[in-house]
Design a protein around this ligand. Structure first.
Ligand code: G3P
Ligand code: CA
Length: 266
């Protein structure tokens, strides 16, 4: 297999460890992280305390969350670079201070019973969940926010990695390398998704020089990709898995973690 072969375009329906039969899991289940996507985004307004608390109640061992930088240089836990979709206001995150964001309603858009849920600050999330659940922190569009990597690396001061489990991930490989150079004790991951290009073994080898995780979108995962990631000494957290059949398939491919909007599915 050439190193420049691209992975991610073929979805295999059979697995070398045996075939999957509907309703029956015939293999021992290896340990993998159960990761709540934006908390428990299938049940609660994403990236809120309600969503994170519920994910833990449902058995999530890790909470996935997204960060953007505010006007006053704080890290807001929100997926989009605007507040338009998930709050009662409009505008870019970079035009709000953290206090202004905290006063928005980030729950009613999902359901009236979540009225008053707010956009959390990363610092508050670290304090609330460290030692209780791992945090998988995604840096969103770092090129839009000069200085975000430095701000993020400062956040981890005072947290010991023997007690707290953190992983920092991004699609932006440069940003991840930069973060890794500032905070080498925090494991980092590179997110990948289907594109015309896919990903080559050479690129995966480069990533393995600094990253502990390669985290692919489920649609590009197959036996080849899983085996290469593992043979390079990295782990694989797959997103987003929202039905049991996909979860079982990923388990058979030895996924090290499964990211889901419905953590109880896992
Ligand atoms: O953790 C991976 C996944 O969250 C990436 O996609 O758009 O949900 O942040 P997105
Ligand atoms: Ca994310």
């Amino acid at each position: 297999m050439g190193r420049n072969k691209r992975y991610g375009s073929i979805f295999l329906s059979s697995f070398s460890r045996g075939s999957y039969k509907k309703g029956k899991l015939k293999f021992p289940v290896p340990p993998f992280f159960k990761i709540g996507h934006r908390g428990s985004a299938g049940y609660c307004p994403e990236n809120t305390i309600a969503s994170f608390d519920h994910a833990i109640e449902l058995g999530a061992e890790f909470l996935e969350l997204d960060i953007n930088l505010t006007k006053d240089g704080k890290l807001a836990v929100i997926h989009d670079s605007t507040v338009n979709r998930t709050t009662n206001a409009k505008g870019k995150i970079s035009d709000f201070t953290m206090n202004e964001l905290k006063n928005l309603d980030a729950g009613s858009w999902f359901h009236s019973r979540f009225a008053g849920e707010s956009i959390p600050e990363l610092q508050d999330v670290l304090e609330r969940y460290s030692g209780k659940a791992g945090l998988l922190i995604e840096i969103k569009k770092p090129y839009q926010y000069p200085g975000i990597i430095e701000v993020l690396s400062e956040q981890f001061k005072g947290y010991t990695t023997d007690r707290c489990r953190f992983i920092v991930q991004s699609f932006d490989r440069q940003a991840i390398q930069h973060f890794h150079s500032l905070c080498p004790s925090i494991p980092v991951g590179v997110l990948i998704k289907n594109s015309v290009r896919g990903i080559t073994e050479t690129e995966l080898m480069e990533i393995s020089q600094y990253a502990s995780y390669v985290n692919p979108k489920i649609t590009m995962v197959n036996r080849y990709l899983a085996d290469i990631i593992h043979s390079l000494g990295m782990k694989m957290l797959v997103w987003n898995i929202n039905n049991k059949r996909e979860a079982i398939k990923m388990n058979l491919l030895n996924a090290d973690g499964i990211i889901s909007d419905f953590p109880d599915l896992l």
